[in-house]
Every structure is written in structure tokens, then in C-alpha cells.
Unconditional design. Structure first.
Length: 257
């Protein structure tokens, strides 16, 4: 079985694949100071709840991380608890796609994995909208090349910044209110957060689609996608585990390296 780990700034998603099938998955908080042993205990613990054994069932690991300190700890975890070298999405790793970006080394591993999975599963051209700490827009052309995109503040990031700067505004759950015209401070905030985010997504996607040309498929992923999906008009598919699927494909493409 394959252990796939997607480390984001706020959350870390762990998945176990049996061949192409995602057997189970877990979403954890990203803690930069967590040690290799702590990661081993946490990952082994959640796998045990699913009847899986970290040391006995896992024969491969792939890591996509945007947090270097966590990457170091995860390498140590693989060495001690799995006994295998992980495939880490970084320069030199075979992805199977072209990165038409001025600075490919600056690209986050999650964006590369998203592009790999989007082209493999949905074809090209395509756009991946990943709702996380940032909302990222990844554009893939007809040939499967990553051609760039956009990065905007994430839903929670924006709302937290607003509440921090405005003393009398409360923290609210990012769900759609009964009406876009909020009749309380809470529903007014929810309207601004949800419909504002949806408008931002639809506006950016529309501009990217115009550049990519006809036949574009738009895929949403990320932990916060469900908050605004129903308010968006440009999303074709919701694939919450797209990044993990892309990591699995990258691992397969590096088996003979």
C-alpha cells in the first residue's frame, strides 16, 4: 500500500492507496515543530483506527509539502517507521507534465500534484481551484502542461483578517446565509464571505478560461471547497482528494528512477 501525505500551511492530509483506490484518508493540523517520532505516532494511530499498520502494510510513501520543517520530520518518520525512502515532490522528481513557469522551483508541491491529477482524470485544458489557506488557481493546457495560475487569500484567511481588524465583528462559520441580504451582523458577514469568495472564484476562473480556450474543465478541491461550491457557477467537478491522487500518480512515475 502507498502512504500519500499532502502538507499544507494549515492542514496535512494523509491518505492510503491500495493500487489506484483511496482506502482511507485523514485531515490533521499542520504543526511545524512536530518531530519524526510524533508523526510516526500520529499517523500510526489514525491508521490503526482503520485496521491498517504503518510498519506492516505500507511499502511506499509520497510526500508533497509546502512546509520544509515538516518535510524533514516526515523523511525521518519514513526512515524509522516505514523503512523506505519517500518520493518527495521537489526539483528532480519525475511528474510527467511540463512546468511552463518562469520559476518552476517556486511552485508548491500541491499545485504540481493538482495539475498532474487534473490532466490525468479530466483531460485538458483544465483549471483546478484549491480552497485552502490560500485559494489557488492552477491552469493546465490541452497538452497537460502547467502554464501558471493565480493565488488569492483563502476563505478563512480573509475572514480572520477582517475580524482581527474590526473590533466589533464576530467570528462566523463560512456557510451561506438564508439571503444574500444579511439582516444581522452574522448573516451579513456570511453573505460577504461566501458570495464574495464565490464571486472572486467565478471572476478569476472566467478570465483564465478565456485564455485557455474552449472546452475547459474546472475542478474544485481543498478542505474549504464545500463552503462556497453551491454559490459558484463555474465549477464542473468537486474532487476533494485530487491532490492525494496527483501524489499517487507522481509516485508511480518515479518507481523506476
Amino acid at each position: 500500500m502507498l502512504l500519500a501525505i499532502d502538507v499544507g500551511n494549515s492542514t496535512t492530509v494523509v491518505g492510503v492507496f491500495d493500487g489506484p483506490d483511496l482506502v482511507d484518508h485523514w485531515r490533521l493540523s499542520t504543526l511545524r515543530r512536530r518531530t519524526a517520532d510524533e508523526f510516526g505516532m500520529v499517523v500510526a494511530g489514525v491508521m490503526d483506527l482503520a485496521g491498517l499498520d504503518l510498519e506492516g502494510d505500507i511499502n511506499g510513501v509520497v510526500i508533497g509539502s509546502v512546509v520544509p520543517d515538516v518535510t524533514v520530520s516526515l523523511r525521518g518518520m519514513c526512515d524509522r517507521y516505514v523503512g523506505t525512502l519517500p518520493v518527495v515532490v521537489e526539483p528532480g522528481v519525475r511528474t510527467g507534465i511540463s512546468l511552463r513557469h518562469e520559476n518552476p522551483r517556486d511552485l508548491g508541491a500541491d499545485r504540481i500534484a493538482n495539475a498532474v491529477a487534473a490532466h490525468a482524470l479530466y483531460g485538458g485544458p483544465s483549471v483546478v481551484v484549491d480552497f485552502g489557506t490560500a485559494t489557488s488557481f492552477d491552469a493546465v493546457d490541452r497538452d497537460g502542461a502547467f502554464v501558471g495560475g493565480a493565488i488569492a487569500p483563502g476563505i478563512s484567511t480573509s475572514s480572520e483578517a477582517l475580524v482581527q481588524r474590526a473590533a466589533r465583528l464576530p467570528t462566523v462559520e463560512p456557510v451561506a446565509p438564508p439571503s444574500p441580504i444579511g439582516r444581522t451582523t452574522v448573516t451579513a458577514l456570511q453573505s460577504g464571505i461566501v458570495y464574495g469568495s464565490a464571486g472572486q472564484v467565478d471572476g478569476i476562473v472566467a478570465r483564465i478560461v478565456r485564455e485557455l480556450g474552449p472546452g475547459v474543465t474546472v475542478v474544485a478541491t481543498g478542505g474549504l471547497a464545500s463552503s462556497v461550491l453551491e454559490a459558484c457557477t463555474t465549477i464542473d467537478h468537486h474532487d476533494p482528494w485530487l491532490t492525494l491522487k496527483g501524489l499517487r500518480l507522481i509516485w508511480e512515475r518515479n518507481l523506476d528512477v
